[in-house]
Design a protein around this ligand. Structure first.
Ligand code: IPM
Ligand code: MN
Length: 357
């Protein structure tokens, strides 16, 4: 198959980790006889430095006109004080919005090889962690009306959290459909004891759950979810929640697995076009040292094959290769433990690619 992939390497460790994912995709092409063409587009700080904007119009067009998008990471202290309208993160939000990527899937899986890499006790994570966070990605407070102004002689700022019925329904459907293919449970997370947007969220989810009698359903308040994730993560299968709650809970959940560097994500639209990126950021403190963990990005590339290209065998091959490399005791520094072999970012990519046969 021939596919065009738009590659947004971005800032910080973005280029390093993306290169390793491309190494793995190249290997997939040669083993499975596919042809992937990469179109490179600058995004984030690197684009601000070159063009004065975090993504150019041509860059955005390229993202819209391809088979899928692979992203490293954006942002860094260098651009912390640029005008908010051109912040690196703006480009990421714009791509999500322009491509209609409303469904962000963040699988949180504990690799058994890393069961003692989690900061949590074996008694908590020992039973295995395998949950899927379904985060709404193009609505809520990230995209509501923003105001900074003066009132009664002092500055104020506000951000609006708004959801329509249909926005909630379409993300809810993704969650219920995902649960059917997994362990059959949906936990819908909201703050319905305080927020109107959450009360609507709950109402829509309840209506949907009637359509899925075989899927177990529960409402969980977001603060309680934050606690339950640490106390008893095994109780969750699919968590569905609004944009900002999902942002926060997915970072928390990543710690169940030992390292945020291992976590992939897929941002999906109603068609086959998607964007795939690790959930971690640009980690400017370790950029350029070839020590970042590329596995989150490599597993994101696997999700691209599975969800956008319908290449399940190829996706399995990447996931199995990652498993084998972990079995062979190779570790990047973030997951390094006594008795294991520490490797660099580029070595990790090669190790994974070599195991795809
Ligand atoms: C994420 C990131 C982004 C978000 C930032 C970089 C805008 O934290 O993908 O989780 O908040 O969505
Ligand atoms: Mn985040």
């Amino acid at each position: 198959m021939k596919k065009v992939i738009t590659v947004l390497k971005g800032d910080g460790i973005g280029p390093e980790i993306t290169n390793e994912a491309l190494k793995v995709l190249d290997k997939i092409c040669s083993v499975y006889n596919h042809e992937f063409t990469y179109k490179y587009v600058d995004i984030g700080g690197v684009s601000i430095d070159k063009y004065g904007v975090p993504i150019t119009d041509e860059g955005m067009e390229q993202c819209k006109n391809c088979d899928s998008v692979l992203l490293g990471a954006v942002g860094g202290p260098k651009w912390d004080y640029v005008d908010p309208s051109i912040r690196p993160e703006k480009a990421l939000l714009a791509v999500r919005h322009e491509l209609g990527l409303f469904a962000n899937l963040r699988p949180t899986k504990l690799f058994t090889q890393l069961s003692n890499a989690s900061p949590l006790k074996e008694t908590i994570v020992g039973g295995g962690i395998d949950l899927l966070i379904v985060r709404e990605l193009t609505g809520g407070i990230y995209f509501g009306k923003r105001v900074t102004d003066t009132e009664n002689g002092e500055l104020f700022a506000s951000d609006e959290m708004k959801y329509s019925y249909s926005e909630i329904e379409r993300i809810g459907r993704v969650a219920f459909e995902s649960a059917k293919k997994r362990r059959g449970k949906v936990s819908s997370v909201d703050k319905a004891n305080v927020l109107d947007s959450s009360r609507l969220w709950r109402k829509v989810m309840h209506a949907l759950s009637e359509e899925y009698p075989d899927v177990e359903y529960e409402d969980v308040l977001v603060d309680n979810t934050a606690m339950q994730l640490i106390r008893n993560p095994g109780r969750f299968d699919v968590i569905v929640t609004e944009n900002m709650f999902g942002d926060i809970l997915s970072d928390e959940a990543s710690m169940l697995t030992g390292s945020i560097g291992m976590m992939p994500s897929a941002s999906l639209s109603s068609g086959s076009l998607g964007m795939y990126e690790p959930i971690h950021g640009s980690a400017p403190d370790i950029a350029g040292q070839d020590i970042a963990n590329p596995i989150g990005t490599i597993l994101s590339a696997a999700m691209m094959l599975r969800y956008s290209f319908d290449m399940a065998a190829e996706a399995d091959a990447i996931e199995n290769a990652v498993n084998e490399v972990l079995d062979l005791s190779y570790r990047t520094v973030d997951i390094m433990q006594e008795g294991k072999t520490q490797v660099k970012c580029s070595e990790m990519g090669t190790l994974v690619a070599d195991r795809i046969k």
